[in-house]
Design a protein around this ligand. Structure first.
Ligand SMILES: Nc1ncnc2c1ncn2[C@@H]1O[C@H](COP(=O)(O)OP(=O)(O)OP(=O)(O)O)[C@@H](O)[C@H]1O
Ligand SMILES: [Mg+2]
Length: 337
């Protein structure tokens, strides 16, 4: 079996949160036992409501944050063992707000060339050629190279951020809501650009979005997260055709009433919005679950495989499955945060 580009095993991340100046620090479990792997040229999607841990996961995979428990292997080697520069060459981010990460006083050409400069890749004329080539590939007109970011539109700025992420040939690109700040028409262009670049460069991608229809369009496999846990994972096609976790089914329903202006639409769920400081007992989704039964309040469901495929979900009573899917691990109490 070929080594995945990136593999994460059992990632748990706990922040320490203090309320007020003299308040006691309390643990906030942002991730709980999250595992994943992404192969060459593959796009793995991560979807879930605000605060479910998507960006925490992204930062850990970028090596910017050290997990409380678990490990990340980049091409088979622990990411923590990589020198910072080597890691940055291999894994590059594309964030939601390119303006925040593009120095406004630099020209677009210098911004795109920055990774080549930092890593001393090639002589100057070669760098210029690389920048021109990647600018063409991301659809930036040559005249934009002399401009600075404030002279560009939001879509063009995101093209600059993508060009910069790709110019030094990374193995993995982590896109954290890369189009959420863009107009809908521009969003589609950027999504198609990312798909073209994946096909051309065979890069692996982690693609984060709160919008399930974007995940459906962009990804080969997907993970649905809720309160720091993966509640469902599998091929995007299969997960969409027959969601197994009730939360995925609710997200899928909400796709038909998207509200991009205000982020995630109202999912129409009972109960309070999830709070990572106060994680429910049993299944963490049970207080909002439309089909919860009494057991769900006490038994913590583990992520289990359905049938022969790699489709898994963490639900005692999964949808679209024969009654009584086996939970190999004995029921355990939900770990408190
Ligand atoms: N630096 C931090 N210190 C303390 N708590 C944090 C920190 N960063 C994130 N959190 C908390 O961790 C949880 C997960 O946050 P995270 O930003 O990973 O979620 P997200 O899924 O990316 O949300 P969004 O969709 O809003 O971007 C949240 O409860 C958040 O408040
Ligand atoms: Mg986020």
């Amino acid at each position: 079996m070929t080594t995945p580009i990136i593999e994460a095993r059992g990632l748990t991340h706990i922040y320490s949160v203090r309320s007020g100046l003299i308040g006691r620090a309390r643990p906030l479990r942002a991730l709980h036992d999250v595992s994943l792997s992404i192969g060459e040229g593959e796009i793995l999607g991560v979807v879930g409501e605000s605060g479910c841990g998507k960006s925490t996961l992204a930062r850990i995979l970028l090596g910017l944050e050290t997990p409380t428990a678990g490990e990340v292997l980049l091409e088979g080697r622990p990411i923590a063992s990589y020198p910072r520069r080597e890691r940055a060459l291999a894994v590059q981010p594309v964030f939601q707000d390119p303006y925040g990460s593009l120095n406004p006083s630099m020209s677009v050409e210098d911004l795109i060339a920055l990774p080549l400069h930092i890593h001393s890749i090639g002589p100057k004329h070669e760098r210029q050629q690389k920048v021109a080539r990647i600018a063409d590939q991301v659809g930036l007109p040559r005249r934009a190279l002399a401009a600075n970011p404030s002279q560009l539109s939001g879509g063009q700025r995101q093209r600059v951020a993508i060009a910069r992420a790709l110019v030094a040939g990374p193995r993995l690109v982590i896109c954290d809501e890369p189009t959420s700040a863009l107009d809908v028409s521009v969003q589609a262009q950027i999504l198609n650009l990312l798909l073209d670049l994946r096909a051309e460069h065979r890069i692996a991608m982690l693609f984060i979005s709160h919008n399930l229809s974007v995940i459906e369009y962009m990804t080969d496999r997907m993970m649905v997260m809720y309160l720091g846990r993966v509640v469902e994972s599998g091929s995007t096609k299969e997960t969409f055709a027959a969601p197994s976790h009730p939360y995925t089914a609710v997200l899928k329903e909400a796709v038909f009433t998207p509200d991009d202006e205000n982020g995630v639409p109202d999912l129409g769920l009972r109960g309070n919005f999830p709070n990572a400081m106060d994680i429910p007992s049993g299944c963490v989704f049970h207080p909002r679950c439309p089909v919860a039964r009494a057991e769900c309040a006490t038994i913590y469901p583990t992520l289990e495989r359905h049938g022969a495929s790699d489709h898994r979900s963490a639900c005692l009573f999964p949808l679209n499955a024969p009654e009584g899917v086996r939970h190999d691990t004995p029921a355990e109490a939900s770990p408190s945060a």
